[in-house]
Design a binder for this molecule. Structure first.
Ligand SMILES: C[S@@+](CC[C@H](N)C(=O)[O-])C[C@H]1O[C@@H](n2cnc3c(N)ncnc32)[C@H](O)[C@@H]1O
Length: 254
């Protein structure tokens, strides 16, 4: 299962792909607000961003829930000269390193987290005062979600007798804005209604001791994302409501 995901993930993180671009934007934002220091990519997958940040001069670390992903990340890190102890498997929602970090990125991970507030407070404890989080959330009423639902409607024939799985992906898309919903059971997906808009994500960080410094909203539709850095106020308004991913930088306060 993890190997299959690893292959799929490798394709999704090719140069110019959506995930790769998202990670590069996150790296640039970290550099803008915290030009040096100790950096962690939580849910690092195959470790692309860890390597990228290390090459920008950060003391970069990565952790992931999946041991298979971690092995690949370690191997990729070794090729860049990073010691294997820069990577560690984490227990559900826990940061597996003792030190505090100057910046932590959490990209594409929140859909898998059950209790967003609790997790965000744990992350806060692992940051130095004034430290940064760069995180993404999925907007469940995005253009991408509408498109995916429409596509699924036409693909019903491909599911043949497995209509339960067809219903499952539709339900996951409606509830969470992602194909899998970040969970396997109907019950998990049913619970996953907490934080799937830019506004609710910002509010969640605010009530857990952060303030928002910057944000970018990405559609996952390359045409609409081309001018993301130069959007006018109307474009920003639309993107904040209908883009698929909200990527924001939050600073630890208090
Ligand atoms: C969609 S991938 C994103 C990977 C990478 N952050 C990126 O943006 O390209 C989600 C990753 O989060 C990991 N993950 C899911 N739940 C996690 C958790 N509770 N703690 C750490 N990693 C987790 C998965 O194993 C997977 O590698």
């Amino acid at each position: 299962m993890a190997e299959a995901w690893a292959v799929e993930y490798k394709n999704k993180t090719k140069k110019g792909s959506y995930y790769r671009t998202r990670a590069e934007i996150a790296g640039q934002l970290v550099q803008k607000y915290c030009p040096t220091g100790k950096y962690l990519d939580f849910g690092c997958g195959q470790g692309f961003l860890v390597g990228n940040m290390a090459s920008r001069g950060y003391e970069a670390f990565g952790c992931d829930l999946s041991p298979e992903m971690l092995k690949i990340a370690q191997k990729n890190g070794e090729e860049l000269g990073l010691p294997s102890n820069r990577f560690c498997v984490n227990e559900e929602n826990d940061v597996p390193f003792h030190d505090r970090f100057d910046a932590i990125s959490i990209l594409g991970v929140y859909p898998y987290i059950q209790d967003h507030d609790l997790f965000t407070r744990r992350i806060r404890e692992k940051l130095r005062d004034g430290g940064l989080v760069v995180a993404t959330c999925t907007n469940r009423v995005s253009f991408f979600t509408y498109g995916a639902l429409l596509l699924n409607l036409f693909r019903i024939k491909n599911y043949k007798s497995n209509y339960k799985s067809w219903l499952h992906s539709n339900y996951a898309l409606i509830r969470t804005g992602t194909w899998s919903g970040g969970g396997t059971s109907w019950r998990d997906i049913g619970r996953a209604s907490r934080c799937y808009s830019a506004q609710s994500f910002d509010e969640m960080f605010l009530r857990n001791g952060f303030r928002c410094l910057d944000s970018v909203d990405l559609f996952n539709l390359s045409l609409l994302d081309k001018g993301y850095a130069e959007r006018r106020p109307a474009g920003k308004w639309v993107a904040r409501r209908f883009a698929w991913n909200h990527l924001a930088v939050y600073e630890k306060i208090g």
